[in-house]
Design a protein. Structure first.
Length: 340
């Protein structure tokens, strides 16, 4: 059964350069999509369709953020959408803390669907040699349930009447959008065929020749952050195994353990730690992605959202923690029901 596929034995190495190359290429490509203005142009149209209802706006906005995160990564989606959510809240009187927190949850949920939606999925996708659509097929029942739960949360939120009078026009750079979209598809293909170093080389070359401002505005310190994560937590995983500590390798125990560790060290490092025990890929992916919806340190996307919006941790956790608890129950139930 493909869901039980375990990590093959590999020679230990200081840094996983293949995963780091693919992650960097996809983040740069996501930056290109962000700068093209395609998502900022879409959002005002959603506001117009909300017809003054905060609940209706969230029903439109959150699936849009989730879908965008599946394509451009959750961290990038927060950089794109959170400034807009904050501006809308200030203009319309919508509860900013609620809107920002639910937006961060939507980004983490949507990004869980695809192998390019977030760094931990990229790592799992590459390490296990999974097909692009095989990964989506495994995660689809969980993401569908998580998104339904999020919309139920919206259904029970307080309705507010919006008073948006003016939304500034947003420029759309069609050429940059086309280049970024083509590179996104190319990087997915190269990632699935194992040519990760070629993906970063072609991405850098294309933007250097055609849209240099994407490279100039890219946060290169983020690449160093991921490099240190691979060094430090690969070593931690090795030390734990040598010390005789037995980490879960499948089932509900792996989901709960990886989700729990994500609350302490974030979900990307948690993924690297558990890879050392060579677990089944699906429970690991479910656990670390569910972990991103909990407390603020669970996902970098949460930190980005709170930092941009200046939302208090108390207000953020007022919505995220109850959601996380219910998500864990649902995920454990699905794992048991389908014997993943």
């Amino acid at each position: 059964m493909p869901f039980d596929r375990s990590l093959p034995q590999k020679t230990p190495k200081l840094v996983d350069w293949g995963s780091l190359s693919l992650i960097t290429a996809l983040i740069i490509t996501s930056k290109g999509l962000e700068l093209s203005g395609v998502f900022n142009r879409l959002a005002p149209r959603l506001v117009e369709r909300a017809n003054g209802s905060s609940r209706r706006l969230l029903f439109l906005l959150l699936p849009t953020i989730a879908l965008s995160s599946a394509l451009i990564m959750n961290d990038t989606a927060m950089l794109v959408f959170i400034p807009l959510v904050v501006a809308l809240s200030e203009l319309s009187g919508m509860d900013k803390a609620r809107a920002v927190t639910l937006s961060a949850i939507a980004a983490n949920v949507g990004s869980a669907l695809t192998p390019i939606g977030n760094p931990q999925n990229i790592i799992i996708w590459r390490e296990y040699g999974l097909g692009f659509f095989a990964f989506i097929g495994g995660m689809l029942p969980f993401v569908f349930a998580w998104l339904l739960l999020l919309l139920l949360f919206v259904l029970f939120t307080k309705e507010e009447t919006l008073s948006v009078e003016f939304l500034p026009p947003v420029a759309f750079r069609k050429g940059l959008f086309i280049i970024s979209a083509v590179l996104l598809g190319l990087n997915v293909y190269l990632g699935e065929t194992g040519r990760h170093e070629l993906s970063i080389a072609l991405t850098l070359l294309a933007f250097l020749l055609l849209e240099r401002d994407v490279l100039l505005s890219f946060d290169w310190a983020l690449v160093l952050t991921f490099a240190f994560i691979f060094i430090d937590f690969n070593e931690l995983s090795t030390l734990l195994i040598k010390a005789g500590l037995s980490l879960p390798t499948g089932g509900v125990s792996l989901v709960l353990a990886s989700a729990g560790l994500s609350q302490l060290i974030s979900n990307v490092p948690a993924t690297v730690v558990f890879l050392g025990s060579r677990p089944s890929w699906l429970p690991l992916a479910v656990g670390v992605n569910a972990g991103g919806t909990g407390i603020i340190v669970g996902s970098l996307a949460n930190l980005i959202a709170v930092r941009i919006a200046r939302v208090s941790l108390r207000d953020f956790h007022r919505y995220s923690v109850p959601y996380f608890i219910v998500v864990l129950v649902i995920s454990a139930g699905l794992i048991l029901a389908f014997n993943f």
